[in-house]
Design a binder for this molecule. Structure first.
Ligand SMILES: Nc1ncnc2c1ncn2[C@@H]1O[C@H](COP(=O)(O)OP(=O)(O)OP(=O)(O)O)[C@@H](O)[C@H]1O
Length: 662
């Protein structure tokens, strides 16, 4: 419905009784919840300097009832997602934006944290781990969200029941897949997204275009699954694009939006008749959804078409206002039944919050301990990485090939004066190869997980510290494949120091450098909104570390003010330790042609610029950098979470002469 509601009290009653699905755990029963929203207005700043404002949602009111699917439909840019997000409490915070109105659950003002527990939000993007199977994905969600009081067997049964309910039995052992590796179908992936949210027993499910990008058969399968969930007593609110007629018929209630205003709110069945009665008859054999969407869209193909369509939409809006004012409300149409009068009339700008903690509303969605979360998340990361065999094989093969090539080039460096420069060269190559390779890999992959983490954090799935540590440690072995393979081959082919202890120290240093590089990659990724941004940020950081690494310019030659830059360069610490490890205690040969002869390894170390250093200094520098970078990455991730717009009480008194029409 649109337009400010007058506080009439028509006295309908809502059926509030816990609902349990047959055969499923009684503790996972959910409470039937009616969702009601009143006078929602959402305004954002528009224009280049944000000096004009734009009304995205205007006097939106309506209700989604338990046991029903409410479909929000309208042309692109009409405000569908904004309305869905406003109801779900997920409008991203913007300084100049203003969101006001009331959202009620069973007649009580929505409470942020309780609402999180009783509602689920299924995003448009498929944000799932590509190499986990359907069963594993849902099982992991069950482990994270279900309370520890539920036994392992019961959780398994719950997962199986949900798989059955959403028609995923045939696909349960198939991996999710991605653009490179074939997995489940698009429709199955969407149903897995729903299943992952469903496991915590939400009463209300919000979905943003669950059928977009699917063929009509897959779209039908997704909406059929939603219908089943609604029939169990859940409240389903979905934004939908171009539904085919059989899908349209599954919607119980329809909210047609155009330009942030309501053109129709009510039962789906009578919608076509309503438009027919006001002069817009759906042609025979047409899909009613297509007809309605064409009717409320603005046609920009010509100036005349634009003017005509805008006039038509304005007229339809007026008609809807008249309809709302004259409608003899049935209990299902009664929007005011649960609105306490003082709340309706509230003219303050306070946030509307209430404590809504009775019954299952008080249930936490975080169902596992920190240690369990760590194990589960480490298992997920490791399994996802391990199954990505293509990447593991490629890492191994490329490192072996590159190592052999570089080793062959340096295989003849001998023990003379020239070998000082050759050894220095091969050691610096190993140094930069570890750092660049890993920083780029982490920056290219970690931000892609961001959407998954944001989704999981939005519903309080786990502690971010458990996620961070699980990810860091479980993926480390996979990150170490390339450095260790390449390092081993180059070391022996280039005839570096033959003592086994020296070799182990060499491997230890490149392992520490690799760990520090992963930590740096995670720190860069944690401030980046995408893999592209992370890679752009990583480049200059890597170049500065490279220049201050001690190869191109000795550390002593750097201006005093820039010495600290070298101390922050993981390449410098690694190169320093490798140089000391290689030259310490060795002797070098000189010929008559050598103008300057460095006869001992100590002289060579001093000549490169690392006089007085030890291997342990380099190792300590790398360990300190690793700890600091991990702390920075974790802290940024912890505090860098999405902030949502607060819902303010209506600030404007109801206009007595009706709402604005433009
Ligand atoms: N924070 C914001 N700042 C500026 N404009 C915004 C903001 N939020 C929404 N809008 C604008 O409000 C209008 C409605 O956006 P919304 O995403 O809700 O529409 P939609 O109907 O879901 O569109 P689509 O079907 O294309 O996804 C759009 O013109 C959008 O650009």
């Amino acid at each position: 419905m649109t337009g400010p509601l007058s506080p009439t009290s028509l006295g309908a009653a809502t059926n509030i009784e816990p609902s349990a699905i047959e055969g499923r755990n009684a503790t996972l029963a959910f409470e039937k919840v009616d969702l009601q929203w009143i006078n929602i207005n959402y305004t954002v700043k528009d224009g280049k300097k944000g000096c004009t404002s734009k009304k995205v949602l205007t006097w939106q009111s309506g209700r989604a009832r338990s046991g029903e699917i409410l479909a929000i439909m309208g042309p692109s840019g009409s405000g569908k997602t904004s309305l869905l997000n406003a109801l779900a409490g997920r409008i991203l915070y913007a300084k100049e934006a203003s969101l006001s109105g009331l959202v009620l659950t069973n007649g009580q003002p929505r409470n942020g944290s309780d609402f999180k527990r009783i509602s689920a939000y299924v995003t448009q993007d498929d944000v799932l781990y590509a190499f986990l199977t359907v069963w594993e994905t849902i099982w992991l969600s069950a482990q994270l969200h279900l309370p520890p009081t539920i036994s392992h067997e019961e959780k398994k049964r719950e997962v199986d029941a949900i798989i059955q309910e959403l028609g995923l039995v045939k696909a349960q052992q198939t991996i999710i897949g991605n653009e490179r590796t074939r997995g489940v179908s698009g429709g199955e992936r969407r149903r897995v997204m729903i299943a992952v949210e469903l496991i915590s027993g939400p009463s209300i499910i919000f979905l943003d275009e669950p059928t977009s990008g699917l063929d009509s058969f897959q779209a039908q399968s997704v909406v059929s699954a939603l219908k089943t969930l609604a029939e169990e007593g859940r409240t389903i609110v979905t934004v939908i694009h171009q539904p085919r007629s059989s899908i349209f018929q599954m919607f119980d209630r329809l909210h047609l939006l155009s330009d942030g205003r309501t053109i129709y709110f009510g039962e789906t069945g009578p919608a076509v008749k309503y438009f027919e009665d006001i002069g817009w008859k759906c042609p025979p054999l047409w899909n009613a959804a297509d007809f309605l969407l064409d009717l409320i869209a603005t046609d920009y193909r010509s100036a005349k078409a634009e003017k005509d369509s805008k006039e038509r939409v304005a007229a339809l809006y007026q008609k809807n206002l008249e309809r709302e004012q004259t409608c003899v409300c049935t209990p299902t149409q009664n929007l005011d039944a649960f609105v306490p009068a003082p709340l309706l009339h509230s003219g303050t700008t306070n946030r509307i919050e209430s404590s809504f903690t009775s019954g299952v509303f008080g249930k936490s969605r975080k169902g596992s301990t920190w240690a369990q979360q760590f194990i589960l998340l480490a298992w997920r990361s490791a399994r996802d990485s391990l199954r990505n065999t293509e990447v593991i094989v490629a890492k191994f093969a490329i490192s072996a090939l590159l190592g052999t090539l570089v080793g062959a080039m340096y295989s003849n460096i001998g023990n003379g004066q020239q070998s000082i420069y050759d050894r220095k060269g091969v050691l610096f190559f190993v140094t930069i190869n570890q750092a660049f390779g890993l920083i780029t890999t982490v920056c290219g992959t970690f931000p892609k997980e961001r959407k998954i983490v944001l989704r999981e954090r939005a519903c309080n799935s786990y502690h971010i510290s458990a996620y961070y540590l699980a990810k860091f440690f479980s993926e480390l072995p996979f990150h170490l494949i390339s450095p260790l393979v390449l390092g081993t081959i180059v070391y022996w082919m280039a005839h570096l120091r033959p003592e086994f202890g020296r070799f182990m120290a060499f491997m230890g240093i490149i392992t520490l450098e690799s760990i520090a590089a992963v930590a740096l990659g995670m720190a860069i990724s944690s401030v980046s909104s995408s893999a592209e941004v992370a890679t752009i940020l990583a480049n200059p950081i890597s170049v500065v570390m490279l220049i201050s690494g001690g190869f191109y310019i000795s550390i002593q030659s750097l201006p005093a003010a820039a010495q600290w830059v070298a101390d922050l360069s993981l390449m410098k610490w690694s190169f320093q330790a490798l140089v000391v490890n290689e030259f310490e205690g060795t002797t070098l040969t000189c010929t008559e042609q050598d103008r300057h002869c460095l006869a001992t390894g100590a002289e060579a170390i001093a000549n490169i610029g690392f006089a007085g250093s030890t291997v342990w200094d380099g190792a300590a520098g790398l360990i300190i950098l690793t700890l600091a970078l991990n702390f920075i990455a974790y802290t940024i991730m912890r505090y860098n979470k999405p902030r949502y717009q607060s819902l303010l009480a209506a600030t404007t008194a109801f206009p007595t002469d009706g709402p604005e029409t433009d």
